[in-house]
Design a protein around this ligand. Sequence first.
Ligand SMILES: Cc1ncc(C[n+]2csc(CCOP(=O)(O)OP(=O)(O)O)c2C)c(N)n1
Ligand SMILES: [Mg+2]
Length: 445
Amino acid sequence: MPLVLLTADRPGELRGVGANQTTDQVGIFGTFVRWSADAAAPAAGDEPGRAARLAMRAVAVALGDPARDDMTGTPGPVHLNLEFRDPLGPDNGVWDDVPLVEPHPSSGAYGIPVADSPAPLPEVERGIVIAGDGAGDVARRVAEAHGWPLLAEPTSGARSGDACVPGYLDLLASDAGAALARQVHQVVVIGRPTLTRQVQRLIADAPALMVAGHGARWREAPRHAERVLRTVPAVWTSRADGTLSLGDSQWLGRWHAAAAQVAPRERGWDRDAIAEAFLAALAPGDLAFVGSSGAVRAVDRVAPAWRPGDAPVLVANRGLAGIDGTVSTAAGMALAAGRPVLALMGDVTFLHDVGGLLVGPRERRPRLRVIVIDDGGGSIFGGLEHAAAPAANVERVFTTPHGADLGALCAGYGVKHTRVTNADALAKALTAPPTGIEVVQAKLR
Ligand SMILES: Cc1ncc(C[n+]2csc(CCOP(=O)(O)OP(=O)(O)O)c2C)c(N)n1
Ligand SMILES: [Mg+2]
């Protein structure tokens, strides 16, 4: 995502001499930015246009415009570190009270770009398409063109259509699913899958692997990938003979049949039930944000395959899959889009960024409803190898129960709070769209 980070710094003469509030921030983002530059404080006699040239270059590199950028051609963050010298106080200019920035109109372009390229996919029978975060609808079209099953993570933007196997997690965990997985000849990965070990194993074991990723870079692709592409070749969305209809694909039929055989889970008042209520509250095209850890995985387990065009827009921070900044990301999404956002996140995730609930009286308020899955800590670790340690250690180091009073916290921020302990009450709390910021605490235990 193109991003220009402007950091304000002390002027050169105050660096490295113990001046107050001065740290070394030159190149502070290391290799995480596409480019960075340190701009000296303006001085009399500066060459005209110096700052503008720097700014234009920063924007060009951030946009990853291959025509103008000889760095990487991949959009991403850049860093301009700007020196300032006294005086630093306000001038007499007019400052807008409330920023009057209109929401950015959505470009409608989501997902890996499609490009003309003469590299068709080998037309094996037993292929599979894995759509990870940010893949976009093109992944669905690739799967449908070849009659291959589509395993689409919820934030892929591709979880729709008749090739999609929404129950793939339970399927891959079953004997029938494991048997099918062993017969896969070719795996096509579009976007960045991060959610499950089953899918990572499918990729690791792939006899042939093609990757088209978000600005795919070699260092982020599995090492055995045969092709790593930044865009999806348009030819991938069609077959040379062009005649296949989905119903003709026996391979796909076997996946659907096996998925239908998997016994449905017992469903009580649990994380999956909360995720179902979250999804049920979303209309086609609605914006929603999903937190890391258990929240996004519950959505992956229970989300359906939508009809193409009918899916809500599900977004997550899958970069490092952090639990940090989650409330703020969802609030920023609501402000940027100028539309209501429904967010689902765990209790530790919520507490990590609870300060994101605060909106100053002169600022625009997002229309944001946060559903907190309150299971008394970070419960994802209970299902991982971490749980093998003695119980007291697991609790103190991994589960980290907090005992925080979410209702009191919300009250302190002037945010509406509802506590629900069953699915009906949750559904009821989600019926009307939010008018400001509100929190629905779904209490599990
Ligand atoms: C910034 C950051 N610190 C630590 C982690 C490691 N981590 C992953 S999940 C998790 C616990 C999350 O707990 P909660 O939000 O309650 O979700 P749950 O596991 O209960 O579903 C932690 C600490 C992380 N992902 N990001
Ligand atoms: Mg939790």
